[in-house]
Design a protein around this ligand. Structure first.
Ligand code: SAH
Length: 415
């Protein structure tokens, strides 16, 4: 099957961008597949026309008979994920298994030892295996497929996965459907299906840079935890020494909270709208030998909490603010920037002079510069802070130079 691209889409593919949106197909949509076939004159168009989800397609453009090879998705906005720009080898499960093995082998070197037992084994596009994300939680691995194109491949890939992961001590493999892809809403989308090995535990403790962390595989966010903040949690641990009062907004399972407590903070206040997240955070505190009773867990809307804290005159000397993505799309960007500004204005009001603010954004549509503009003097209504560091995601979340969407995490430390 052949897919003919517009000049713009072809240029992106040449740069190494792994996505072709439906409007990047010359003539638009599935009919272009047929048109591409006819152009080549190799065979008559298939009865019924279009390629099926998961089919290998060859990409071409004006003046470029072969641009690369990818997998077709008949439904999602991304019509093709591009796997290779060379003619050989063929794009089959062997080629995919080899790429996966390479991704796993890299991590063997990064996470030798038992200090960190939860990390991303394969970051999809960033590991040149578009659509396929695999997170490791000690002896369990959770697979997530972005888009539908790899679903028809899963049965064939599973024996390779089981072998390669088994050799590394992973016994169970599960599949986490994407929340956003579920037509029927959250609950269904978050189901964890069993793929291989003994049943996956509903929840378990993993280790992250030496710190124990409870992960809820059955009901947690993402594939269970926000593994992308691992290095930033270690940074907060180091920054927390000697801090009297720490505030962790959008605390989820308390990763930043326990890091601050272990780093020597006096009292840590965790704020999240989900009370189940606090129950998990408290188990994590205990597992690390920290008494949760010496800290505060507040179930509240972060904006409400900040307003009340300010009214009470509460002040903090270290604040971590890591909200959910405010900008799921480019269109949502102006509203998202407004929300970040409102949040940061409210945060700055409860930050002590001399205090540290760690502000995070996990939206790829918000660039680092966009995000910094929501932390400027006018927004924070003060002029005593400097940007001490700007961090991003850890090395087990690699990206590609042309794949800017993959570099979504910003973690700005202001002091
Ligand atoms: N910092 C966390 C990840 C945060 S995820 C970590 O490192 O693991 C976002 C969290 O924000 C979720 O737990 C969600 O329950 C919470 N949340 C979403 N909207 C909120 C709001 N308006 N107020 C407080 N918490 C909110």
């Amino acid at each position: 099957m052949r897919v003919h691209l517009t000049a713009t889409a072809a240029a992106a593919v040449r740069r190494g961008h792994p996505w072709v949106y439906r409007d990047g197909i010359a003539g638009g949509g599935e009919s272009a597949v047929q048109r591409g076939e006819r152009r080549r004159g190799e065979r008559a168009p298939r009865a019924g026309g279009a390629a099926a989800t998961g089919d290998v397609v060859e990409l071409s453009a004006e003046g470029a008979p072969f641009l690369g090879r990818g997998l077709w998705d008949a439904e999602s906005a991304i019509a093709v994920r591009v796997f290779q720009r060379t003619q050989a080898p063929p794009l089959d499960e062997r080629a995919l298994a080899e790429r996966l093995e390479r991704a796993f082998a890299l991590r063997d070197g990064w996470f030798a030892g038992r200090d960190t037992t939860a990390y991303r084994l394969c970051n999809g596009e960033g590991d040149r295996v578009p659509s396929l994300v695999i997170d490791r939680y000690d002896r369990a691995a959770v697979v997530r497929l972005d888009g539908g194109m790899l679903a028809p491949w899963l049965d064939r890939l599973l024996p390779h996965l089981a072998r390669a992961l088994g050799a590394r001590g992973v016994r169970s493999i599960g599949l986490r459907a994407r929340a956003s892809s579920a037509a029927g809403g959250d609950a269904e989308g978050k189901k964890l299906a069993h793929l291989h090995g003994p049943p996956l535990p509903d929840r378990l403790f993993v280790r992250e840079t030496g710190v124990a962390m409870e992960v809820d595989l059955a009901r947690g966010q993402k594939t269970g935890a926000f593994l992308d903040q691992r290095d930033n949690r270690a940074r907060v641990r180091a920054l927390a020494a000697g801090r009297r009062r720490v505030l962790n907004l959008f605390s989820y399972a308390g990763g930043f909270s326990v890091a601050a407590a272990l780093g020597g903070a006096g009292r840590v206040t965790s704020v999240d709208s989900a009370s189940a997240a606090h129950a998990s955070a408290q188990r994590t505190f205990r597992e690390n030998g920290v008494d949760p009773a010496a800290h505060d867990f507040v179930t509240a809307d972060a904006f409400d909490f900040l307003e009340k804290a300010h009214a009470r005159g509460d002040r903090y000397d270290l604040i971590v603010c890591d909200p959910p993505s405010f900008a799921p799309s480019e269109r949502a960007k102006p509203r998202a920037l407004g929300a970040y500004r409102r949040l940061h204005t409210a945060v700055a009001r409860v930050l002590d002079r001399g205090g540290l603010l760690c502000a995070a954004s996990c939206s790829s549509h918000i660039t680092a510069e966009d995000f910094l503009a929501t932390l400027d003097d006018a927004t924070l209504e003060r002029d005593d802070l400097r940007v001490r560091a700007i961090h991003g995601q850890p090395e087990d979340h690699p990206t590609l130079p042309a794949w800017w969407e993959g570099r979504y995490l910003k973690f700005v430390v202001l002091e």
